[in-house]
Design a protein around this ligand. Structure first.
Ligand SMILES: Nc1ncnc2c1ncn2[C@@H]1O[C@H](COP(=O)(O)OP(=O)(O)OP(=O)(O)O)[C@@H](O)[C@H]1O
Ligand SMILES: [Mg+2]
Length: 281
């Protein structure tokens, strides 16, 4: 059957997106209760783009990353990564969790090259790639240290180093900098921005911080309280500009986002109101 204009439009759109969610809903089934985490979430992230996902606690942000990492099935709805169904065996997807899962009994070096060893990469290549990544992230001097001997910021860097060593094309990050002080946090945001500007890896970053969302997201997806629905998708064309943190556009968008996240954003028509625990009222 001949493909209609709509189909062609759709496939052209598909090929540009690294991440595409369509009508994604997730319900957790427990013994005596069901928890609706996400409801009909639709948005996309273009190849090489960055997107920040922001919303109140418990609205399903981590759940959404798990779906994209293939750890939770996308039903009902659709979750595509690089035009295929999200899958846990997709090697180019890296999921960076809040605690990084560093192995405490292994050194910085051993933690960094773990994934490369699991994939049985030749020793010389491991040595070359591991050194390059650790130098890039300012960790080379710490390669013999164990995680307990590092600061919080350094530990986060090891987690990022370990993921980057695998040359992902999609980085899913779950509040990666949330436990850090403001300066360390900005420093790591700059590092991540630099890596993105060089490699153009697609990044979907979950954050609670308005400034972080505006600094790192070319697109900012705002979710409602549970069940998480898309309240707004903001475009952020100034992201990545030198000195963006001091730019009026940065503050304007931060304020807009603050307004959206404050009261009222999810009490509009068509969206059920929720109480503080996320229960529908
Ligand atoms: N395995 C599970 N079984 C049942 N309910 C779950 C499970 N995992 C998460 N939930 C519930 O689903 C909802 C969404 O959880 P999720 O962790 O995705 O939220 P979040 O937006 O990441 O929250 P936070 O900002 O606090 O990290 C929450 O109400 C949570 O209690
Ligand atoms: Mg979470």
């Amino acid at each position: 059957m001949a493909r209609g204009r709509g189909d062609q439009e759709e496939s052209r759109q598909l090929s540009r997106d690294m991440v595409a969610l369509r009508g994604l809903s997730v319900v957790y089934h427990q013994k005596n209760a069901t928890v609706e985490a996400l409801r009909e979430v639709t948005f996309s992230v273009g190849r090489g783009q960055t997107a920040a996902l922001i919303g109140p606690s418990g609205c399903g942000k981590t759940t959404l990353l798990y779906v994209l990492a293939g750890l939770i099935p996308a039903t009902p709805g659709e979750a595509l990564v690089n035009n295929g169904p999200a899958s846990a065996i997709r090697r180019q997807t890296a999921l960076i969790l809040q605690d990084y899962g560093l192995l405490p009994w292994k050194t910085v070096w051993q933690n960094t090259i773990l994934g490369l060893e699991i994939r049985r990469m030749p020793k010389e290549q491991i040595a070359e790639r591991g050194e390059r990544i650790l130098r890039e992230l300012g960790l080379w001097e710490y390669r013999q240290h164990f995680p307990a001997q590092l600061s919080g910021g350094q530990r986060q860097r090891v987690g990022i180093a370990r993921s980057l060593a695998l040359y992902p094309d999609l980085l899913l990050m779950d509040e990666p900098f949330s436990s850090l002080d403001a300066l360390t946090r900005e420093n790591l945001q700059d590092t991540l921005l630099g890596i993105w500007q060089r490699d153009r890896v697609t990044i979907l970053l979950v954050t609670h911080s308005i400034e972080e969302a505006v600094f790192l997201g070319q697109k900012i997806v705002v979710l409602s309280p549970r069940p998480g629905r898309v309240v707004a998708v903001l475009e952020n064309p100034g992201m990545g500009q030198i000195g963006f943190r001091k730019d009026p556009a940065f503050h304007q968008l931060s304020n807009e986002l603050r307004g959206l996240l404050g009261q009222g954003a999810w009490t509009g028509p068509g969206l059920p109101q929720t109480d503080l625990k996320g229960k529908e009222v």
